[in-house]
Design a protein around this ligand. Structure first.
Ligand SMILES: Cc1cc2nc3c(=O)[nH]c(=O)nc-3n(C[C@H](O)[C@H](O)[C@H](O)COP(=O)(O)OP(=O)(O)OC[C@H]3O[C@@H](n4cnc5c(N)ncnc54)[C@H](O)[C@@H]3O)c2cc1C
Length: 492
């Protein structure tokens, strides 16, 4: 399906100027970046890495801290990820940032891999893995074997196909780490996805994709839906690509940055010699022929030759002159509710708390008030910290049914990620023909910390190439490329 032989590109185009006048040395440019999440901080990092002719980089953040959707929450004196929490082992930009910034990787603990899972339909558990509280590796091995068997009995051979589907997609994604010499600069998200053989996955839903691959309907309706609901708050009607990314986020060896993933953004901002404007919201961007004027809610005005929008525009009211056009997109809101207390077994038709699975996933049903509940920390058998996701805010009276003890509750309403559908439509990376760029156009492909970094790296290259007068590559050329992981790590 993902034929690598089709992936042909020119290694020559990068060095071809668009016209002779473009070869004049350019004066140093001022770049303004709106947003300090993974996308904005990565743009700053890659601009510094790829160009010495950027004079000043200003970054604007409406909140008092950097990181955006990478944020932590403190409940009962302990800190947990409140937004983006897990990274895939092949998220190489994030891995390289973590190493470069001397941050510590928090890997999965033995107990993470043996957590118990239950699939709840609102009335009963449709499926439950066996839970073992034993710390013995031998016992855990046999419990895990028994659980694999139980899953196999319920969902059949399709389970094995699921791994293959994810691996093929991840392999295609790895092309974005190829060396710059063999990797084009992309002006549009469509070109970027097509080059990596990922575009077709955005043209049909995950359900259509998997049904076409003869997956068992039960697997799609239950386990796969549980995963898409946990990771994107949506059903398997999301695009095949968002679905594959979501499934990749349910595999093994997932990791996070110890102390909080937001430290990647903080570290990149610190290292990139930027002027950081915290608590300064940009409310308008005006193209004044030759530069952009950015006006902030503090009444300040900034002139920038290049402006990068590194935040979803969908729920913002930044005023652009002239108007820019973006593809209409709705954000999926995920309400994250953090509770210190104890679940009520009676709510789940169970006798004891220990019978409740550590991760409760749910299927699509209009009756269900939440999408998942998981234990973040077991302080003791009567005192736990839980994280719940839901599409609507959870009322106190509902929480009082779900929990028998609730000593602290924190609610966060995230405009979390795009509401995915298929075929997916994309905004352009370039919002005009000059220097107004939009990193989050890529979020319609998939929204993750790593995809933000990958899109940001492309935008940084696009800016540098266009500032120096070189046109972005013509996409398809003559040479088949190969992945060079050694090169990739040195380069990053
Ligand atoms: C609940 C949840 C769970 C998730 N789980 C994962 C996960 O496990 N793994 C994963 O990889 N991804 C996950 N994601 C997705 C991930 O968080 C995002 O894809 C990624 O962090 C997006 O980064 P960004 O920089 O593009 O945008 P953001 O992080 O949203 O950054 C945009 C920044 O711009 C600022 N801003 C907006 N408008 C203005 C303005 N006018 N002026 C100044 N500043 C402005 C915002 O305050 C924000 O800080 C999750 C997201 C959520 C919400």
């Amino acid at each position: 399906m993902f034929t690598i032989t089709l992936v042909i590109l020119s290694i020559f185009s990068l060095t071809i100027p668009s016209s002779s006048s473009d070869q004049q040395p350019q004066p140093p440019a001022d770049v303004c970046i709106i947003g300090t999440g993974m996308a904005g901080s990565s743009v700053a990092h890659f601009l510094r890495q790829y160009s010495s002719s950027i004079s000043q980089i200003r970054m604007f953040e409406r909140h008092p801290i950097v990181g955006g959707r990478m944020a932590t929450v403190t409940i009962g004196g302990e800190t947990f990820e409140a937004g983006a929490s897990i990274l895939h082992p092949k998220n190489y930009h994030a891995l390289n940032f973590t190493n470069m910034l001397n941050l510590k990787v928090k890997g999965p603990s033995a107990s993470d891999s043996s957590f118990s899972l239950g699939i709840w339909d609102g009335q009963k558990f449709l499926f439950k893995t066996i839970d073992s509280k034993s710390k013995s590796p031998v016992v855990q091995y046999f419990v895990s074997l028994a659980n694999s068997l139980r899953m196999f009995v319920r969902y059949g051979i399709s389970l094995l196909k699921m791994t293959n589907f994810v691996e093929v997609t991840v392999d295609s994604f790895l092309k974005y780490y190829e060396s710059k010499e063999s990797r084009p600069i992309f002006k549009t998200v469509e070109d970027m996805l097509q080059w990596a053989d990922l575009y077709n996955l955005t043209t049909q839903t995950l359900e259509e994709e998997l049904t076409g691959l003869n997956y068992s309907p039960l697997l799609i309706q239950e386990l796969i839906t549980v995963i898409t609901r946990i990771n994107y708050g949506q059903s398997c009607k999301i695009s095949g690509l968002a679905g594959a990314v979501s499934l990749a986020g349910s595999g093994g060896n997932l990791w996070a940055v110890e102390g909080g993933n937001w430290q990647m953004a903080a570290g990149l901002v610190n290292r990139s010699d930027v002027t950081l404007h915290l608590e300064e919201e940009i409310e308008s961007v005006t193209n004044l022929q030759g530069f952009y004027e950015l006006n902030s809610t503090k009444g300040n005005s900034y002139r920038c030759q290049v402006t990068v929008i590194a935040t979803p525009l969908d729920e913002l009211s930044i005023h652009f002159t002239p108007k820019v056009s973006t593809t209409e997109r709705k954000l999926q809101h995920t309400h994250a509710t953090f509770v210190r207390g104890l679940l009520n077994p009676a709510y789940f038709g169970l006798d004891t708390v220990s019978d409740i699975p550590e991760l409760i996933g749910t299927i699509e049903s209009s009756d269900l008030p939440f999408t998942c509940i998981s234990i973040l920390k077991e302080h003791n058998e009567k005192d736990m910290t839980y994280k719940m996701f839901s599409r609507q805010s959870l009322t106190d009276s509902l929480l009082d049914q779900i929990f028998s003890i609730r000593s602290e509750t924190i609610r966060i309403n995230w405009g979390a990620y795009p509401h995915y559908h298929a075929p997916e439509k994309f905004s352009r990376f370039m919002l005009d023909e000059e220097h107004l760029y939009y990193v989050n156009a890529f979020e319609n492909a998939a929204s993750t910390m790593e995809t933000s970094a990958v899109a940001a790296e492309n935008i940084a290259r696009l800016i540098v190439s266009r500032l120096s007068g070189y046109q972005p590559l013509k996409l398809y050329g003559m040479k088949t490329s190969t992945l060079d992981l050694n090169l990739q790590h040195q380069e990053l």
